[in-house]
Design a protein around this ligand. Sequence first.
Ligand SMILES: Cc1cc2nc3c(=O)[nH]c(=O)nc-3n(C[C@H](O)[C@H](O)[C@H](O)COP(=O)(O)OP(=O)(O)OC[C@H]3O[C@@H](n4cnc5c(N)ncnc54)[C@H](O)[C@@H]3O)c2cc1C
Length: 379
Amino acid sequence: MTSFDVAIVGGGLAGCSAALHARLKGASVILLERGRCGAQASGVNYGGVRQQGRHPAELPLACRSRRIWGRLAELVGSDCEFTATGHLKLARNDADMQSLLAYRDIARDHGIDLEILSAADLRSRYPYLAGGYSGASLCAADGQANPRLVAPAFARKAKELGAIVREQCELEQAEKVATGFRLSVKGETQAIKARRLINTAGAWGARIARWFSDDVDEQVMAPNMCVTEPVAPLIGPNLGICGGSIYLRQTQNGSVVFGAGLGIADAGCLRARPLADVSMDAARAAVAMVPQLTNVLVVRTWTGIEGRMPDGLPVVGKSPKTEGLFHAFGFSGHGFQLGPAVGAVLAELCLDGTSPTPIDGLSLARFDPVPSSAAASSI
Ligand SMILES: Cc1cc2nc3c(=O)[nH]c(=O)nc-3n(C[C@H](O)[C@H](O)[C@H](O)COP(=O)(O)OP(=O)(O)OC[C@H]3O[C@@H](n4cnc5c(N)ncnc54)[C@H](O)[C@@H]3O)c2cc1C
């Protein structure tokens, strides 16, 4: 078949989830992935599944995603090592405590429970933490998963249900035609046709959006990651800190994964690398947070290529200019948790014309130039 209800470009978590959800709605689906599904940002990230601390514009998506994370086994046949270990956000001082208290109210409006802990609570509940924190906020429903497993699991299930998943297949150009979209794949002469096009191309999403004059400035970022040798179970919740520097978790096999700072990435040649100095600083910050890590060996450092938007929020929604085109890219370092719901929402927008999950603050139209007062008054 060369004609589909929905074509998806980009087999990261957002695209693989969109493929599955569109298939569940009965659409014929083709997903085109230049490399392997989940081999870019979705497969190499830190693995944090965190609602706490997100911008309010993302919270409806984050809450919906959390519900999907909780039923992954039923949906894709594997829990992908998702565990609700909790997410503990540490306060460095009284001002941080005030911001955690204020955020608790925002989270409550979205049905997310945050427990505020004092310094004494921290000492008794998490004795492995260094002293000196003023307190923390705990989101017990948050947790972690194995990023290597998740996007491929969605792709496998979509395929099992009849989606065409084409790996090693690069979309070279796409254009709007009367019946929808005409897609040209690198090295192939026969075009693919689709009624709807979903752009989930990650750090390359803006490039595809530009083919349709949806111009937006997407940069790249490369969070610097480290992992240690396995150690005996030590750390409970996934740890973060106000101000967002170090973040740290322990996996089921005992390895401690932590991240802080940025490596370097080149989206053009698909290369990203961590930086030794950044990794050293991250290791120092990890030990400052959990002193028992002092003599634990770091066995690997890495990073990945992630798209970053000017305001740090992703683009999710329909194209402002082209009927039938939908975008979700530029997740700015925090799209792993959102991925499952992003796919569900894209499938709804695409096939039902609307989604029950509010995504108003994430529209690409937010980057449209604001008319100057002179121009506005002349209208
Ligand atoms: C090191 C690191 C740590 C992170 N930690 C976290 C975290 O703990 N929690 C969290 O929530 N988020 C985290 N993130 C962010 C998260 O990983 C990303 O936001 C998310 O995976 C983006 O998913 P995606 O599907 O949009 O993009 P991607 O996973 O990048 O997928 C896009 C896909 O599109 C394909 N593609 C592009 N152009 C074409 C084309 N022309 N034809 C065919 N295919 C194409 C690419 O090959 C790629 O596979 C982290 C990111 C990194 C890099």
